[in-house]
Structures are given as structure tokens and as C-alpha cells.
Ligand binder design. Structure first.
Ligand SMILES: Cc1cc2nc3c(=O)[nH]c(=O)nc-3n(C[C@H](O)[C@H](O)[C@H](O)COP(=O)(O)OP(=O)(O)OC[C@H]3O[C@@H](n4cnc5c(N)ncnc54)[C@H](O)[C@@H]3O)c2cc1C
Length: 466
């Protein structure tokens, strides 16, 4: 009897919600429920009590008020690419922003205002219509808000800074269900916190960014080298990046050669060392900047040449295909030390899955010219990041993939200092804390106590209130 009353009560609440929201309310059993609760990391299989598909700030206010009044766990999903699937919660309210795709480019002012349900592919599509862009993630179906709130790495970051360095303002819905704006002139403390402090302070509904003239054609692409040249290439890469112009962004990847049409069948699935690059300037200058790479001799496959920026932004899409079990380890590296190089090359030679990828990414350039406490993203002086994404299909195989990933993470610890929070899996508060300097962490905790003292927004890289 009690259970029946409970179900009736919940049905009534859902009916009320549907009347008060413009977007669809999706309870369990709805035909779209199962597809909507999926996230990039397929090992995450959570069942929210309800999925609220918001169409704008008013829906988000209603959704937050509903979760708070019912004392329900709340999660926020934009592009669904969180490493640990924090966009979906068990038994709570999943706030799905993916219908919020409004975008307005102001080419004269070189600005864009974008709703938080957009992916980077959609965002770039609109800004490139004016040959403009800002730093955005390198896989096109990641969400603009999730990437921005953690910092935002991309091909343009050495030239134009992290995504947050291009953020002008944001609109948020707070834990109390208030709509507020954050910028250099309004709620400045909040504006500082959302630039690196993740989704801890509210649900961002729209973001305004600076844009820059980019492309539409840039020098970019990939070159595949034999796996045995991994250490040599990392040594070269260390020197090359130390003196590279800001326009040049490159990264080294260890992975199996993909089953792409340009890869000969006999090479597919074999381990290779890959150099990827993008020159954010004229193609002719880019050719000069990559001359040192040519001194390494001919690669197995050379796919470097002029290409549309929109294609550059999809170079890594195949490597980021959703639907795999995932384990992640990553850290900033103060330098690319001999120990770090030897460790990465050793583990790359023993990868447990042909779907996995290990990346070495340089920072520097415009990123390093912003002060450590100017935004909540602290580790501006890191020289490189390493990250490994172990991807596999069968849950029953998990143990040895997880062990390899954890062992690599442990082996890299002594060469590491700090971490980019958007590259953390489900690793606990101590790991989140490593994303920040002690001063930034203290300030973030105070800000959390001000804007979300009850920690309603906790399905994220959580910063506990002070
Ligand atoms: C394949 C792949 C490629 C990636 N490439 C890059 C890259 O090139 N550069 C880079 O910097 N990062 C990259 N990342 C990491 C990425 O920044 C994070 O995974 C980020 O959280 C993804 O955002 P999302 O909206 O897609 O994810 P979601 O899972 O939807 O969101 C992640 C979390 O962000 C918070 N959040 C999302 N939207 C909002 C919002 N509107 N308001 C408040 N909080 C919100 C929530 O806490 C949510 O749990 C990549 C990740 C993957 C899986």
C-alpha cells in the first residue's frame, strides 16, 4: 500500500514537472530513457529517477529547485564525455543540457554567445562560417561547458590560451535556483572560480567567448613512425617544443595504427608512435616551423598538409569513439625527464588494448603567460601533460587493463606535479585537490561554501565547502 502511494506521489510530481518545464521530462520506462542515460564511458551504467531535458535557463532553475526540494542527488550532462561518467547519477535527477544549442556569433566584435548544450563540433561549425575560432577541445563531440569549466585544452591553446582564457562571461543557475552572471565586472569571485573550478558553483546555461581569426585552412595532420622510435621522438619533441613558436601545437601519441583507409592493411593494429600537429598561422610559416620534424627522416605515413580547421578539430575523433570501458591516468609533468620518457616508452610497448592511446601534450606559450592565481586553473607552468586512455570492450577483461593503467600512473608519479582535472577518472578528493595550488584550493573551498554550502553540485570534480 505504502509503495503504491509512493508511486502515485512520484507520478504526480513528474506530471507537475512536465507542466512547468518546456523541455521533455523522461522517467524510467520512457522510450528514450535508456539512450539518454548513456555516457561516453560505457562502464558507467546508472539509472536516474528522472531525466530533465532542459531547453533554457528557466528549465534549469525548475530542475535544480525540484532536486533540492526532493533532496535528490543531481547530475549535469552536457556532452557526456566526463571520464567517470559524472553526467549521470543513480536514483537522482539527471539534468540534460544537450537540447540547449543556441549560438550567436558577433563577427564584428569577434565574440560568440553559446548555450551550454553545444558540442565543440557544433560550436566550430558556426564560428568557422566567419573564419573565427577559440580554443576548444580536440574531439568534436565533447561538450563546450564541461571542457571550459575545467580549463580547456585544444590545438589553439599555445597561441590563444586555454578555453577559459577566452571566456568573457557566463550565465549560471545557482544551488538556490537563482540566475546569475559571472564576468570580470559581475560576481568576479564566481568568474574566477568557474575558470578551472569545474561545475562546483552552479549550472552554466550560456557562455560568451572571445574569437580569433583562424584558418579556415591550416597546416596540420599526423605522421606515423615505427614504435621503436618512441624514445628518440620524445627526445626530439622535448627540444622542439622548448623553442617552438606559440602558433605551433604538437603532440605525441602511442597507440596501435588505426584501421583507417590511409593505413596499409599490414600496419593496422601494430603499435606506432604518432606525431600530430597544427600550426595556428599562415600555412607557409607553418611549413618553416615544422622543418625540424622533417629532419627525423621519412615517417611510415605522412598525412601532414593544409586542411580545414574543421577537419583539424576532428583528427582525434576516431580515437575518442564512445562505447568502451575506460580507465584514465594523467598528470602534469614539470619537464619531460629521462625517467618519464623511459617509463612511458616501456608501458607503451606493453599496452593491453589496441584501442588505448597514450598522449604527451606540451603546455607553454600563452597558457604560461597567465598568472597562477588569475584563474582557478593553477598549474600554468607545467611543461607537458601525459595522459593515458585505456579503452576495452568486454567488462570481463577489466582487471588486467585496470592494473596496467594504475601501474603506469604509479610509475609516473615521481615525474609528475599536479593534474588537469578534466583528465581525472573516479579517483577521489585528493586527486581533485592535486589540480590546484594550495592557495587556489583554499579559495575554491571558500567559494563553494558561499555558492553551494550544501554541496548540491557534487557529481563533479568535487570541491568540498570550507
Ligand atoms: C574523447 C575525449 C576527448 C577529450 N578531449 C579533450 C580536449 O581536447 N581538451 C580538453 O580540455 N578536454 C578533453 N577531454 C576531457 C573533457 O574536458 C572532460 O571530459 C569534460 O568534462 C567533458 O565535458 P562534457 O560536457 O562532454 O561532459 P559531461 O559528462 O556532460 O560533463 C562533465 C561534467 O562537467 C560538469 N558540467 C558539464 N556541463 C556543465 C554545465 N553546463 N554547468 C555546470 N557543470 C557542467 C558536470 O559536473 C559534469 O559531470 C576529452 C574527453 C574525452 C572523453
Amino acid at each position: 500500500m505504502l509503495a503504491t502511494i509512493q508511486v502515485r506521489h512520484e507520478e504526480a510530481l513528474i506530471r507537475d514537472l512536465q507542466q512547468e518545464m518546456r523541455g521533455p521530462v523522461i522517467p524510467p520506462g520512457h522510450p528514450q530513457y535508456d539512450s539518454l542515460r548513456q555516457v561516453w564511458n560505457a562502464s558507467v551504467d546508472r539509472y536516474p529517477a528522472v531525466i530533465l531535458r532542459c531547453t533554457g535557463a528557466a528549465d534549469v532553475v525548475r530542475a535544480v529547485n525540484y532536486a533540492r526540494s526532493q533532496d535528490l542527488l543531481l547530475s549535469v550532462r552536457g556532452g557526456g564525455h566526463d571520464m567517470a561518467g559524472r553526467g549521470v547519477c543513480e536514483g537522482g535527477v539527471m539534468i540534460d543540457l544537450s537540447l540547449m544549442k543556441g549560438i550567436q556569433v558577433s563577427p564584428g566584435e569577434r565574440r560568440v554567445t553559446a548555450q551550454s548544450g553545444l558540442t565543440w563540433g557544433e560550436f566550430d561549425h558556426e564560428t568557422q562560417a566567419f573564419a573565427l575560432a577559440t580554443t576548444g577541445a580536440k574531439v568534436s563531440n565533447t561538450g563546450i561547458a564541461g571542457v571550459t569549466l575545467g580549463g580547456g585544452y585544444g590545438w589553439l591553446m599555445r597561441r590563444y590560451g586555454l578555453t577559459i582564457d577566452n571566456l568573457i562571461s557566463a550565465s549560471l543557475v545557482t544551488a538556490e535556483g537563482q540566475i546569475v552572471k559571472a564576468s570580470e565586472n559581475e560576481n568576479e569571485d564566481l568568474f574566477w572560480g568557474i575558470r578551472g573550478g569545474a561545475g562546483n558553483f552552479g549550472i552554466v546555461t550560456s557562455l560568451q567567448y572571445k574569437l580569433h581569426p583562424v584558418g579556415p585552412v591550416l597546416l596540420s595532420g599526423i605522421a606515423l613512425y615505427p614504435a621503436e622510435r618512441g624514445a628518440e621522438i620524445l627526445h626530439f619533441f622535448r627540444e622542439w617544443m622548448a623553442s617552438a613558436p606559440d602558433e605551433l601545437m604538437s603532440l605525441v601519441a602511442f597507440r596501435a595504427a588505426p584501421p583507417a583507409p590511409f593505413v596499409p592493411p599490414e600496419l593496422r593494429g601494430k603499435p606506432v608512435t604518432v606525431v600530430l600537429l597544427c600550426y595556428a598561422g599562415p600555412v607557409s610559416e607553418g611549413q618553416k616551423a615544422i622543418a625540424p620534424l622533417r629532419s627525423l627522416g621519412a615517417p611510415l605515413i605522412d598525412r601532414i598538409g593544409p586542411m580545414p580547421y574543421l577537419a583539424v578539430q576532428r583528427l582525434l575523433d576516431a580515437a575518442g569513439t564512445p562505447g568502451y570501458q575506460v580507465a584514465v591516468r594523467s598528470n602534469h609533468l614539470p619537464s619531460l625527464s629521462e625517467g618519464a620518457i623511459d617509463t612511458m616508452v616501456d608501458y607503451a610497448g606493453r599496452m593491453t588494448s589496441s584501442h588505448s592511446v597514450m598522449l604527451v601534450v606540451p603546455l607553454g606559450g600563452a597558457i604560461a603567460r597567465v598568472g597562477e592565481l588569475e584563474t582557478a586553473f593553477s598549474h600554468r607552468q607545467a611543461a607537458f601533460d601525459y595522459s593515458v586512455y585505456t579503452l576495452w570492450s568486454e567488462q570481463s577483461d577489466s582487471e588486467h587493463h585496470l592494473r596496467w593503467t594504475e601501474d603506469l600512473g604509479s610509475a609516473m608519479r615521481s615525474y609528475s606535479a599536479g593534474v588537469y582535472i578534466n583528465q581525472i577518472g573516479d579517483e577521489g578528493t585528493e586527486r581533485v585537490r592535486e589540480g590546484y595550488s594550495p592557495a587556489a584550493w583554499l579559495r575554491l573551498r571558500q567559494l563553494k561554501a558561499k555558492y553551494d554550502p550544501s554541496n548540491i553540485f557534487r557529481m563533479n570534480h568535487n570541491i568540498p565547502p570550507n
